[in-house]
Design a protein. Structure first.
Lengths: 204, 94
């Protein structure tokens, strides 16, 4: 899969994406503001990016409603600003299904953000999809612990049948868990992105 | 004998952009059943969910079945549950 320089250049910068999201009141705007605010105080290990010999182009397939995108695009922007080693552009997944379908999560899901690292001719040299597996696993464990600690929440399948007050408490617990795991998630995203750009050690 | 009311609940991940599918299904149910349904409840939820319940019975789960349900399939499931009640009403003594 090759992305032409013209197509890459047609994507939005993070600033343009951010301005668009912040222009409209709503949950996505709140999520982006929360992500950026949390990230401000996080110290990131950017050694892998700082060691890169040159700036690399990174194309992200996203959609404006996407929560994992409001989590992860600020991280990419931070890496770009702090190291100068990433030239970031953002395009709509739904307007780029040919690209999305070449990088399906688990071979079947058009998950986003889809982060593609491009070489000089525009060939994809590495990809990151949605979030690290380690984050999904940790959150699944913590989610299971919530249900153990709160029998009144029933099972993960029964939330829709709970009384509204109990369901709201479950929702709050899930959101709190997500907040508790945010620092871990950021570190794992940086680590996984860093592993893509790391130059293998020379043999012998 | 009054038919037992049937409520359909659609819960959807509110941060995943599933509103169009939610509204499409809700609209299809409104069109198909009108006042025959006791209610259509929409629950904004978390974590990639898109679940459909008829009463307390989970008919479709994004996690269990994967993907979104076809509106026609959900309508067929509702009809199955409405039909016995209709039959009971028709057979009830005057």
């Amino acid at each position: 899969m090759t992305v032409s320089p013209e197509h890459f250049a047609s994507g939005d910068t993070y600033t343009k994406y951010r301005d668009r999201i912040l222009a409209e009141e709503g949950m996505v705007r709140d999520m982006l503001i929360a992500s950026e605010a949390f990230l401000t105080s996080e110290k990131l290990d950017l050694a892998a990016f700082e060691a890169m010999p040159a700036t690399v182009r990174v194309l992200v397939l996203s959609e404006d409603w996407c929560g994992d995108c409001t989590d992860n695009l600020p991280i990419l922007d931070r890496i770009a600003r702090d190291t100068g080693k990433i030239d970031l552009r953002i395009v709509s997944r739904d307007a780029n299904l040919e690209i999305a379908d070449a990088f399906l999560k688990y071979g079947k899901f058009r998950s986003i953000p889809l982060v593609l690292f491009l070489d000089e001719p525009g060939e994809v040299t590495g990809q990151f999809i949605e979030r690290p597996e380690s984050v999904t696993t940790l959150r699944a464990e913590k989610r299971a612990a919530i249900y153990v600690a709160h029998p009144e929440f029933g099972t993960p399948e029964s939330y829709a049948t709970l009384e509204p007050e109990v369901r709201a408490a479950l929702g709050d617990a899930l959101m709190a868990m997500r907040q508790e795991t945010r620092a871990f998630a950021i570190a794992e995203v940086v680590r996984e992105l860093g592993s893509i750009v790391s130059v293998p050690a020379k043999q012998g | 004998m009054a038919a037992k009311p049937i409520k359909v609940t659609i819960s959807y991940c509110a941060e995943c952009g599933y509103e169009p599918q939610t509204l499409e299904l809700a609209g299809a149910l409104m069109k198909a059943f009108g006042y025959k349904l006791a209610g259509i409840e929409l629950i904004p939820w978390h974590e990639g969910s898109f679940d459909v319940l008829i009463g307390n019975e989970l008919i479709h789960s994004m996690y269990r079945e994967g993907g979104f349900p076809e509106s026609a399939d959900i309508i067929a499931e509702v009809k199955k549950r409405l039909a016995p009640q209709a039959a009971q009403v028709e057979n009830a003594p005057a």
